[in-house]
Design a protein around this ligand. Structure first.
Ligand code: NAD
Length: 301
């Protein structure tokens, strides 16, 4: 066994993954299973749930796959009851489920319900159900909540989602302090644009049509404008961060947020303007001339 694997100390632990069937959640489930963590996952999508459960089983761990809508408290409680019966304990909880659709605040007819439920309220219910089981697990449990870069910036057209994710972020920080004396850690992971069904669903139909058929090179240049590392994270990059926070490698890390976004949060507001002047918040003269075709002056690069 390598020193890293020994220090991580994950073998035989038990993890619950809410929304663990598809998207980033599937990558999280499989990454933990591949580190010999027994996994209990729930999802609203039965097909994804079955596929991911079968893949986790093939990794040689115990698997409990349950169809459950995390925003329905009764279904969430049934899921945790099944964990208690099957495993009797928990060591890791990953609240991955979440999402939104891009729209202006005033165009959202039911802003008070769905986005708050699926990005904040269920997280509270999930943790409330998990805590008694975490206390029966290996001393030093880990709770990992998925938030978003939008919790950390003025995310126009994502206002309610941004508010709900910010609520989850600060709730996690506060709870981390409450639970620290029990060595139960609470942290967040904040992705930015990561390819998944949820990411595509966040766009409007018009956004999706506009993106269709664009050459790879143009799409890559678009990402490079605002992601300093010039590539979007993959679900596996998020899953690696979960493995770190779930393991003893992070045993003194609590109340914090890991930004797994290629540097997008660090550069918030700074843009690498196309063929322009490098990272600056507002475009400089040369960029404005090129973008808005101002004639007459010398082109400055
Ligand atoms: N993908 C991105 O670009 C991105 C960016 C920022 C933040 N995030 C956050 O990361 C998390 C994962 O995002 P994703 O893109 O993988 O989402 P996703 O929708 O693709 O997948 C997550 C999984 O959760 C399941 N799920 C959704 N609602 C559920 C519910 N109510 N109950 C049970 N299961 C449910 C889905 O069926 C899916 O299998 C979310 O919290 C999201 O807000 C994602």
């Amino acid at each position: 066994m390598s020193r890293l694997v020994a220090r991580a100390n994950l073998r035989g632990r038990v993890a619950a993954i809410i929304g663990g069937g598809g998207g980033i959640g599937a990558a999280v489930t499989l990454a933990l299973a591949n580190e010999s963590v027994h996994v209990a996952l729930c999802d609203i999508d039965e097909a994804c749930l079955d596929l991911t459960s079968a893949a986790a089983l093939a990794a040689g761990v115990r698997v409990l796959g349950t169809r459950a809508d995390a925003t329905d408290v009764a279904q969430l409680e049934t899921f945790y009851k099944a964990i208690a019966e099957s495993f009797g304990q928990l060591d890791v909880v990953v609240n991955v489920a979440g999402g939104t659709q891009r729209r202006r605040f005033e165009d959202e007819p039911s802003w008070d319900a769905a986005d708050i439920d699926r990005n904040y309220r269920y997280v509270l219910n999930s943790i409330r159900c998990a805590l008694p089981l975490l206390r029966k697990g290996t001393p030093g449990g880990s709770i990992i909540n998925f938030t978003s870069i939008e919790a950390h910036r003025g995310a126009a057209t994502f206002a309610v989602y941004a508010g709900a994710k910010a609520a989850t972020t600060n709730f996690s920080r506060a709870l981390a302090v409450e639970l620290a004396h029990e060595r139960i850690r609470v942290n967040c992971i904040a992705p930015d644009t990561t390819p998944s069904r949820g990411n595509a669903a966040a766009l409007t139909e018009a956004d999706r049509i506009a993106l269709m058929g664009l050459p790879e090179d143009a799409l890559r240049k678009g990402l490079a404008m605002y992601i300093p590392m010039r590539r979007a994270p993959e679900p596996a990059d998020l899953a690696d961060a979960v493995v770190f926070l779930a393991s003893d490698l992070s045993s003194c890390v609590t109340g914090t947020t890991l930004h797994v976004d290629g540097g997008a949060n660090a550069s918030s507001g700074f843009i690498h303007w196309p063929e322009g002047d490098g990272y600056v918040p507002a475009p400089l003269g040369g960029t404005i001339r090129r973008l808005f075709a101002v004639k007459g002056e010398k082109d400055v690069r």
